[in-house]
Design a protein around this ligand. Structure first.
Ligand code: HEM
Ligand code: ISQ
Length: 154
């Protein structure tokens, strides 16, 4: 699906706002992922040896920020090109990281729900269905590319 300029703008606008408090949103993203899939905790190197999600973990933040940012970039590509194009080396890297960690296709739904709920919580009154749909579409296409690469590799 091609995103409209308005949808791309909604994604950009929400990501700009979220950047102001990456620690909070990263923590929420992780909390929501682990609520749905507690076993996923041991997949993340920076969570394996802790009982609770660290409030102050730079790795956790950097990781979560990458997930938001990649999704945001996908939205821009869906508007420009109608498809998500990830540089070959980046896609190969993303595929292999996730295969190595034991991530499976159904996990992508868990992360999607967590991501959309994090955005909703972050945006408050600024949240809209249209914004939600734009993030969902960008995420779905990005996830499909990563899953495709994971399958090619397995
Ligand atoms: C690592 C993005 C889906 C679990 C990563 C990294 C990125 C990323 C960029 C590498 C971070 C780095 O080393 O700098 C994404 C995106 C996704 C996605 C954009 C969806 C579109 C998932 C799903 C799971 C998952 C569904 C399963 C719960 C992991 C794990 C790592 C990882 C366990 C390794 C973390 C570590 O270093 O210990 N992901 N991911 N990811 N991702 Fe994902
Ligand atoms: C890596 N991959 C998917 C989701 C994530 C959420 C938070 C931090 C890192 C992640």
């Amino acid at each position: 699906m091609v995103l409209t300029e308005k949808q791309e703008a909604l994604v950009k606008e929400s990501w700009e706002l979220m950047k102001q408090d990456i620690p909070l949103h990263s923590l929420r993203l992780f909390t929501l992922i682990l609520e749905k899939a507690p076993a996923a905790k041991d997949m993340f190197s920076f969570l394996r040896d802790t009982d609770e999600i660290p409030q102050n973990n730079p790795k956790l933040r950097a990781h979560a920020a990458k997930v938001f940012k990649l999704t945001c970039e996908s939205a821009a590509q869906l508007r420009e090109k109608g498809e998500v194009v990830i540089a070959d080396t980046t896609l190969k890297w993303l595929g292999s990281v996730h295969v190595q960690k034991g991530v499976l296709a159904p996990h992508f739904e868990v992360v999607k729900e967590a991501l959309l709920r994090t955005i909703k919580a972050a945006m408050g009154e600024k949240w809209s269905e249209e914004m939600n749909d734009a993030w969902a579409e960008a995420y779905d296409q990005l996830a499909a590319a990563i899953i495709g690469e994971m399958q090619a590799e397995a």
